[in-house]
Design a protein around this ligand. Structure first.
Ligand code: GRF
Length: 207
């Protein structure tokens, strides 16, 4: 059976990328295949994880290319040359413009470390999300996998999972719990779900 060709875009440690690689190895992701990893940070540890798994990598930086437009055009070229069907943002620390997202409607997914619509949107990334959740005093937070459109964290929700906040939590402790209990589970599940749909739709077109 044909598999959806997946590109994972990263900037940092790549634990979510690792969760995707592990899920692929275990067969949790069976309708898709990670064909490419793109990083906008040449020092991202995620690149090492990809190399270890034998996945081709590309480093594309905005500073080298000079503008957001040139940066996005370069990413698009890379995606085309690997015939990518689905783009996964896994800790990718650059907001993609409408110019880019409009070319891939419901073909870009992102994982966000809160229950959208809480603690999301512009400026809500990394530890800040968890700091704000603790500051507000919510007793439950979590993670969301959603499609990406021109509104930061604003695309259609695919999967969400709740995580309890515990007494004495710091943003760092909470960040780890949200990753372990939610992000690393729902991201692979959502990627399988979307890949499967893409492949089924493709069959319908070919028939
Ligand atoms: C995760 O918390 C993810 O939700 C956010 O960035 C972080 C990336 O971590 N978008 P990693 O690079 O996958 O380890």
């Amino acid at each position: 059976m044909d598999k959806a060709r997946i590109a994972v875009l990263v900037s940092g440690g790549g634990t979510n990328l690792q969760a995707l690689i592990n899920a692929q190895n275990k067969g949790i992701i069976s309708s898709g295949q990670i064909a490419l990893v793109i990083s906008n940070n040449p020092n991202a540890f995620a690149l090492k994880r990809a190399a270890k798994a034998g996945i081709p990598t590309a480093v594309i930086t905005k500073s080298e290319l000079g503008s957001q437009q040139a940066f996005e055009e370069r990413i698009k070229k890379e995606l085309q040359s690997y015939q990518i069907d689905l783009i996964v943002l896994a800790g990718f620390m650059s907001i993609l413009s409408k110019n880019f997202t409009a070319d891939f409607p419901e073909r870009i997914v992102n994982v966000h470390p809160s229950l959208i619509p809480a603690f999301c949107g512009k400026g809500y990334y990394g530890l800040r999300v968890h700091e704000e959740a603790l500051k507000y005093g919510v007793t439950v937070t979590g993670a969301t996998v959603h499609f990406v459109n021109e509104i930061p964290d604003g695309g259609r929700i695919i999967l969400q999972k709740a995580v309890k906040i515990k007494e004495g939590d710091t943003p760092e402790i909470l960040q780890k719990r949200v990753m372990k209990q939610a992000e690393w589970k729902i991201l692979p599940e959502a990627v399988e779900q979307v890949s499967k749909k893409l492949m089924n739709n493709r069959k319908v077109v070919l028939r």
